[in-house]
Design a protein around this ligand. Structure first.
Ligand SMILES: [Zn+2]
Length: 384
């Protein structure tokens, strides 16, 4: 029994994060989704999007400490945009002790492809009032304390017209030199089952792209590790692909701009309820949505307090039955070493090593494993 308690204690998040996790409220998520779905449409071309964005900004303004901006950008005429126009999206910032940024968001706009009329009903409850509600709920809960890094909560618009709001913000982030450590996109995360008889209440998919130009794959692998068994009965299923086949999301413009960016999406999508008048709140599973929100919370809380990543992480070259790793450390920063077999997609072992710049793993072969070192809570850096 004592051993069981000890094992459970090791897996639990820090007490304040656990308390925040308990505050994630399915009823509050439902209220946000129902309000957003009550607009006839949130098509980015429609004036009603402006109303919905202003309502949401008002909700963010009720949260103490948040700086709320209605960001204006230009939709160029093109696919699904009849004429160029200025539109808005919501960007809410919780300043940290420094200017490194953890960004989370979903898209507030919706679309119906049932017919071309601009007034066609497009409730977009799951796609993507669910992700919009998640970001607002996280802001409410995470704003209760000061974090090392700045947290940014976004309700993108223009997603359905070609990720235009995300492109505008990623471009601006690059121009203004935002230090985004991680971007978590949550799009269509509210349902655990489809009409094909498939259901999974225990997992959410996390998509990531492998690239030399950004650390999105490592971010996904880290989130899987950091959230493993932290939300009771709920975990990440990694998918090593940029997004679903032939489809896209708001994380991609951020990845393309060089930031680590990943996408959460439910396991079993129901295509007849996407971009149709049937994307209704009654088909959203709010307990499932709450679990996805808790999972994002655990990942964000770690990232938000993480020390700077180590530099020059190296594997000792001397032939040995052990593996020695070295890195450049910073004073006061504690580190974690990770390793996995070369064929494993996920971190299989980890060890907290404290304030040091070297560790020797006894009887662990450097031939048979991949290694990384990270600051506690932060993105691991691959050892070479
Ligand atoms: Zn979407």
């Amino acid at each position: 029994m004592i051993a069981l308690i000890a094992a459970f204690a090791l897996q639990s998040p820090p007490p304040d994060v656990q308390a925040m996790m308990n505050q994630i409220d399915p009823a509050r998520l439902r209220a946000t989704v129902e309000k957003l779905a009550s607009y006839q449409t949130r098509n980015t071309n429609h004036p009603m999007l402006l109303e919905a964005a202003e309502w949401l900004a008002g909700e963010y303004r009720k949260i103490p400490g948040l700086q709320v901006e209605l960001m204006r950008y230009t939709l160029p005429a093109g696919r699904r945009v009849p004429e160029e126009k200025d539109v808005l999206q919501v960007v809410a910032r919780l300043p940290g002790k420094d200017d490194r940024i953890i960004l989370v968001g979903g898209h507030i706009d919706s679309l119906s492809l049932r017919d071309r009329s601009p007034d066609t009903r497009a409730p977009g409850a799951n796609d993507d009032a669910s992700g919009t509600a998640l970001a607002l709920e996280l802001a409410r809960v995470l704003s209760q304390r000061k974090w090392e890094h700045t947290l940014v909560f976004v309700a993108f618009s223009g997603e359905e017209q070609g990720l235009l709001g995300a492109k505008a913000l990623a471009q601006r982030a690059k121009e203004e030199g935002w230090k985004i450590d991680a971007m978590l996109n949550n799009d269509t995360i509210g349902s655990s089952s489809n009409l094909n008889g498939q259901s999974d209440t225990a997992r959410v998919r996390l998509f990531s792209e492998l690239s030399e130009d950004h650390d999105s794959r490592e971010l996904a692998r880290f989130i899987e590790w950091a959230t493993r068994d932290k939300v009771p009965g709920f975990n990440v299923k990694l998918v090593f692909r940029r997004d679903r086949f032939g489809r896209g999301g708001d994380h991609t413009p951020f990845a393309t701009a060089g930031f680590a960016a990943v996408r959460f999406v439910e396991r079993h999508e129901e295509y007849t309820r996407q971009h149709t008048p049937e994307d209704l709140p009654q088909y959203v599973d709010f307990n499932h949505l709450a679990n996805v929100t808790r999972l994002n919370l655990v990942a964000m809380a770690g990232l938000a307090d993480a020390g700077p990543p180590p530099a020059n992480v190296r594997i000792g070259r001397r032939q040995s039955h052990d593996t020695t790793l070295t890195w450049e450390s910073k004073p006061g920063v504690k580190y974690v070493v990770y390793w996995r077999e070369t064929t494993s997609p996920v971190w299989q072992w980890s060890r907290e090593v404290g304030e040091t710049d070297t560790v020797t793993l006894e009887k662990v072969s450097k031939d048979d494993h991949e290694y990384a070192v990270g600051a506690v809570g932060g993105l691991p850096v691959a050892a070479r």
